[in-house]
Design a protein around this ligand. Structure first.
Ligand SMILES: [Zn+2]
Ligand SMILES: [Zn+2]
Length: 382
């Protein structure tokens, strides 16, 4: 018997629904392992609408945006604001086109950054960052999760000349070099960089210009209400949520999802992404009076605090598991921990990156030591 679908995996419904006064949930299709739809929320006011997280780039998603808006008697030109919770393409894909159609302002966190090496945000990664030479360009927060998001597009890429799918292909490869790997594992990086510089020529086609940068505590007026920006780094460094204290509504993006835990990758310009994530979960847990959490995937839910707490507990359990694995196998590299921590069907770069995030958290908390073995790979003693 197959397992029932998690709500985040359900296919996008065509019908829109009003989840609160002047807030419409519009489900857009995505083809991503583990996720069946992304929620674009339309917040209606006298000037038109603001939309939050307008789905993936591409024609399928665009025609869904147009038809969902039409059900609310809206056209793309009525959209005056696009709010992006974080730098994953299933959340910002429609932004460029909406901006072209209506001149909508595009709002995102001031650290909004999509993929690829960049001087401004690069951080020293891992316990021996100082030994990294100029060739060690690490991928960043968003690229890592993007990999999972884009696996199907990557398959298409092999058959496609579409620059968009080639970009994702390049990003797929650029995640191969990872700080926990040895030099032999990382040899492919130069080829990846060539791909990326080629592919980035097409970036402006899908990467939205952020016209309005915000940060924690900023206030936005949408749907006739005042929303406070909550910076919630962890899933990505630039993740933001929106809170309306008056009606108790909270836009949780991918930070807090109803039944799945968002991916926490270890390659980020946050020095300890898991610690940041814990902090951000506590931060939203402390907000009182939230009775309507509106996630980017899955159905609205009411217990934001309880859900944030159980996601945190999930990661504490993972940290315990890692300690137990270490008792069993002793000093080991990230791949060895990953193979014990994850089921075989999940093995790969994503699982390694999440394992690395947990190992680095233990190291930075003083509970583990790391050094490079003879192959140049990071090994951990816990
Ligand atoms: Zn995401
Ligand atoms: Zn997402």
């Amino acid at each position: 018997m197959s397992k029932p679908k998690r709500q985040e995996q359900e296919d996008a419904q065509e019908e829109i629904s009003e989840v609160a006064k002047d807030i419409l949930r519009m489900q857009l299709p995505i083809r991503i392992p583990g996720l069946g739809h992304v929620n674009m929320y339309a917040l209606i006011d006298n000037d038109g609408a603001a939309v939050i997280d307008p789905g993936l780039p591409g024609e399928d998603s665009w025609s869904a945006i147009v038809s969902r808006l039409a059900q609310a008697d809206l056209k793309p030109k009525d959209v005056h604001t696009v709010f992006i919770t974080h730098s994953h393409p299933d959340h910002f894909g429609g932004a460029v086109r909406l901006h072209q159609e209506s001149g909508a302002r595009i709002v995102a966190h001031r650290a909004f950054h999509f993929g690829g090496p960049s001087g401004s945000h690069k951080r020293h990664t891992g316990p021996d960052a100082h030994v990294h030479g100029p060739d060690d360009h690490h991928s960043e927060a968003s690229v890592d999760d993007l990999v999972a998001h884009m696996e199907l597009l990557e398959r298409d890429r092999r058959r496609s000349r579409n620059p968009l799918t080639r970009i994702f292909g390049a990003l797929r490869r650029i995640t191969t070099p990872a700080p926990w790997k040895g030099p032999a594992d990382r040899a492919k990086i130069r080829e990846s960089l060539r791909w990326l510089s080629f592919a980035t020529l097409g970036r402006s086609k899908f990467l939205p210009p952020i016209t309005h940068h915000v940060e924690h505590g900023d206030v936005l007026k949408l749907a006739g209400r005042e929303w406070f920006v909550q910076h919630t780094p962890g899933h990505t460094a630039d993740h933001i949520c929106l809170h309306d204290p008056e009606t108790g509504a909270f836009m949780s993006g991918d930070h807090v999802l109803p039944t799945i835990t968002p991916h926490i990758g270890g390659v980020s310009y946050l020095s300890d992404p898991l610690k940041s994530f814990f902090y951000s979960l506590d931060r939203v847990g402390e907000i009182g009076g939230v009775d309507l959490a509106l996630p980017a995937h899955g159905h609205p839910f009411d217990d934001l605090k309880g859900r944030a707490q159980s996601i945190k507990e999930h990661h504490y359990e993972r940290l315990d598991e890692i300690r137990e694995i270490a008792n069993d196998i002793g000093r080991a590299d990230v791949n060895a921990f990953m193979k014990r921590l994850f089921k075989e069907r999940s093995w790969g770069d994503m699982a390694e990156s999440e394992t690395y995030a947990h190992l680095e958290h233990l190291r930075l908390e003083g509970q583990a030591e790391a050094h490079r073995n003879e192959k140049g790979r990071l090994v951990y003693d816990i």
